[in-house]
Every structure is written in C-alpha cells, then in structure tokens.
Design a protein around this ligand. Sequence first.
Ligand code: UP5
Ligand code: MG
Length: 192
Amino acid sequence: MTKYNVIFVLGGPGAGKGTQCEYIVRDFGYVHLSAGDLLREERQRPGSQFGEEIEGHIKNGTIVPVQITCSLLKRAMEKSGKDRFLIDGFPRNRDNLDGWNKEMSDVAKVIRVLFFNCSEQVCVERCLSRGKTSGRTDDNEESLKKRIKTYTESTMEIIEQFRKLNLVSEIHAEKSPEEVFEEVKKVLNELN
Ligand code: UP5
Ligand code: MG
C-alpha cells in the first residue's frame, strides 16, 4: 500500500535544491528531507558507526552506500508522521535508485522529479562563496571538482532515466531565487 508521495529534487552542487525546498515547504506544506543534511547529522552523532565513512565520501564528493542513506530517509519519513516529502539530493546514482526501489517502492510513490539545471560555473561560484561561512568540508575547490564529476558521471543518467518516464520537470536555476521559485510553483500547482 502506498503511504507516501515523494518528489525527488535533483541538480548539481549548489544548484539551489535546498533553497527552493524551503520555499516549497513554506507555500505547499511538504516535508523537506535533504539526504546530505541527514548524512551530515549522522556523521556528527556520537557513537555513529558510519561517521568516518560518511565524511570520507562527502569530502571526496563520492556517494555513500544506499543502505545508510535510505535507512536515514526512511526513518525520517516514519518519524515525521506526514505523507508528502521532498527528497533533496537523492537518488544520485544507480546504487541509490536500486536500493530505494528495493526498500521503498511498495510504500512510496515518486510523483515528480524537480531537476534544477544550473551550469557548472554558476554551481561552483555559489558553493565557493557559501564556503566562506558554511563550514561545510566540501565547499572548497578540490572537493567541488569531485562533486561535479560525480554529478556528471552518475547523477545525470538517473535524471535521464526519470525523464524517459515523463517524471522530470526541468527548472532553469540560474535566475534569482524568487524567479526560480515562480517556475517551481507552476509545476507544483499542476500536481495539486
Ligand atoms: N543560492 C541558491 N539559489 C540561488 C539563486 N537562485 N541565485 C543565487 N544564489 C543562490 O544553494 C547553494 C548556495 O547558492 C547557497 O549559498 C544559496 O544561498 C545560493 P543551496 O540551496 O544550498 O543549493 P543545493 O543545490 O542544495 O547545494 P548543495 O551544496 O547542498 O548540493 P549538493 O548536492 O552538492 O550537496 P548535498 O548536501 O546534497 O550532498 C553533499 C554530499 O553528501 C554529496 O557530495 C555526497 O558525498 C553526499 N551524499 C550522498 O552520498 N548521498 C546522498 O543521497 C546525498 C548526499
Ligand atoms: Mg543542499
């Protein structure tokens, strides 16, 4: 039985996924779950057996095994008591998507994929500028090169796969946050 409706939110590092999710929560009342934020939280959790492994992947811009990420997502979904979710920054590769399907396809329906399309140059500029204050261990030039590489080599093909299923709404992500959100609103209004 399907319990959850899910919108996957994808796009390059710094494309504005988190920013737009906050606006969506404000105006449309979904629950926002950032896979990256859940992993960073787990990394900090005292006694976590995955802390070092997660940090290694984040710094290197590589992708944490799906068992870890998917169980964090699932737990957060259950704990929320809600049924409509924005899942931000996941699935990022084939392993992620296979793991999700195996674990979640019975209970969760993917109703849309928001794809924030943003050039590499703009993505890098945004993350480097955020890096001055974010404290994120991956907002530096070296990690960013790797994050972009992983995105191009692994995540893009997942977006293409969803596109074939007619699930993707592509958003031009280089305008101001408010202008980008105007496009997002159109997509979500059509869903409701
Ligand atoms: N900003 C946002 N929108 C703007 C706009 N329209 N105009 C101008 N500036 C804009 O935005 C980034 C910055 O840009 C901010 O300073 C913002 O103010 C500004 P944000 O909304 O944070 O962009 P977002 O796309 O969320 O960028 P983020 O850095 O979070 O994307 P990543 O996909 O790189 O990061 P994430 O946290 O998802 O993942 C980090 C790492 O975790 C991954 O590299 C990976 O190692 C690991 N991970 C997994 O292994 N598995 C997962 O499932 C998820 C993550
Ligand atoms: Mg984010």
